[in-house]
Design a protein around this ligand. Structure first.
Ligand SMILES: C[S@@+](CC[C@H](N)C(=O)[O-])C[C@H]1O[C@@H](n2cnc3c(N)ncnc32)[C@H](O)[C@@H]1O
Length: 270
């Protein structure tokens, strides 16, 4: 069981995500637990205020550290206390895989100008979901919930799909097709309809490499490339210095040409 505790001023924003079909079923089956904690319950004033003006002046309000501290103290011990902030560590698939190993994750969702800077001393890490600024941490928390929960055993139907997901394999995922086989002049690639599993696997790997090279070459240094991948990348137009920078292994030795025998069989040339 993995417990997600979300400390927020807007628990109603996170409730639909936690109740979504797959996550809802995973909760019913006891694989996940979602705990929505209202920060206002930890205000110490009769107006239920949790924020105050910033020292030094300036626009906006800041959430008080003592409110965050009391809210966190109300929880059972968490393996990680995560502050969602644009200034945090970038949230990636590798971070999602790490978090999916834990038993209890607590998230502080900010609003306004965010939390008092001293809140950083109460957390184990700070996460950002990208180089942009949203109004609050709830959407960021929902992203982390979705990405982490689907990695837990039993949450999604086919665990094999994780293996080829974008980023898990170090590459972007290959393109997928379904019916109809022809649509507005565009056909599903013939290889996917031929039933040759080896050819399908080779085609998919080549497509994953081509997409990654074209769209996210920055991922290639972290991908576990094989000599055959190096050969494919060379054929796709990658240069030798690029391959060297990505630590790509040398391409496989060229196949020796087959010589056709007079009796119709073939033999290796040598
Ligand atoms: C308006 S933002 C505060 C932005 C802050 N003044 C700054 O520039 O870093 C309010 C809250 O939204 C959340 N938030 C906004 N963008 C985010 C992002 N890219 N990743 C994670 N959380 C984010 C954080 O919890 C933040 O405290």
């Amino acid at each position: 069981m993995l417990t997600f505790s979300f400390l927020t001023l807007f628990p109603e924003l996170l409730a639909p995500f936690a109740g979504e079909a797959i996550l809802g079923k995973a909760r019913e089956r006891g694989l996940l637990h979602v705990n929505l904690v209202h920060l206002r319950d930890f205000s110490d004033n009769r107006h239920l205020k949790v924020d105050d003006t910033p020292y030094g002046g300036g626009a906006g309000m800041v959430i008080r550290v003592d409110v965050a501290e009391r809210a966190l103290a109300s929880l059972p011990p968490a393996d990680e206390v995560i502050l969602l902030t644009p200034a945090g560590q970038p949230f990636t698939q590798a971070v999602a895989e790490e978090l999916a190993q834990k038993a209890h994750l607590a998230f502080l969702c900010g609003r306004y100008e965010g939390f008092d800077a001293r809140t950083e001393g109460l957390v184990t890490r700070e996460l950002s979901i990208g180089d942009f600024v949203m109004m609050g941490g709830e959407a960021a928390a929902a992203c982390v919930l979705e990405a982490v929960a689907r990695l837990r055993p039993g949450v999604i139907g086919d665990p094999e799909s994780h293996r080829t997901d974008s980023f898990s394999s170090g590459l972007l995922d290959y393109p997928e097709y379904t019916r109809p086989p022809e649509w507005r002049g565009q056909s599903v690639p013939e290889v996917l309809r031929g039933g040759n599993h080896g050819a399908v696997a080779r085609w998919r790997r080549e497509q994953a490499l081509a997409r990654t090279l074209a769209r996210r070459p920055d991922l290639l240094p972290g991908a576990a490339l094989t000599p055959q991948d190096t050969q494919t990348l060379l054929e796709l137009g990658a240069s030798a210095p690029q391959l060297q920078a990505w630590n790509a292994p040398p391409p496989p030795p060229p196949r020796r040409a087959r010589r056709v025998k007079k009796n119709g069989g073939s033999e290796q040339s040598g």
